[in-house]
Write a protein that binds this ligand. Sequence first.
Ligand code: PH2
Ligand code: MG
Ligand code: MG
Length: 166
Amino acid sequence: MYSTAPLVVLGLGANLGDPVGQLREAVRRLRELLRVEAISSLYRTAPVGYAEQPDFYNLVCLARSALEPAALLAETQRIEREMGRERSFRNAPRAIDLDILAMGDMVVDAAGLTLPHPRLHERGFVLVPLAEIAPGWRHPILRRTAAELLADAGELERVERIQAFD
Ligand code: PH2
Ligand code: MG
Ligand code: MG
């Protein structure tokens, strides 16, 4: 048992419909599920991977949860489903995407969930908001902080801060 529930890092993204409204609704639902401790600013970001799609709106959320990784994944997938997420192809546009990026210093390699997220250190839409709210957060495998990962990441996609989220 943890005396304090592990720190969960969640990445949220949307680029269909009313992306900002959907991010607000997703955060509202996350607050029912776990103890949200910090939310980054809202960012508008160029799509990574499949480029022929609208810009994304992204943010990162820090929370505490005693749920096991598989249980938390089931809950985040339920929220995605309830919010009308349709799964088509990898990196496709989406109404809402809730990614578990890390849970404490857990290292998990299971079907459907890899922790920490294998590409988080390459993505501006994760590193910029994460370094904003938790510059000293340390990657459980790379042992580098969010600020160090951002400084070392080289050229990243366009990431534009829009506004404080709440
Ligand atoms: N999510 C992806 C693929 N590409 N690009 C940006 N800018 N933001 C995202 O959230 C994102 C992406 C897969 O989930
Ligand atoms: Mg994603
Ligand atoms: Mg996802």
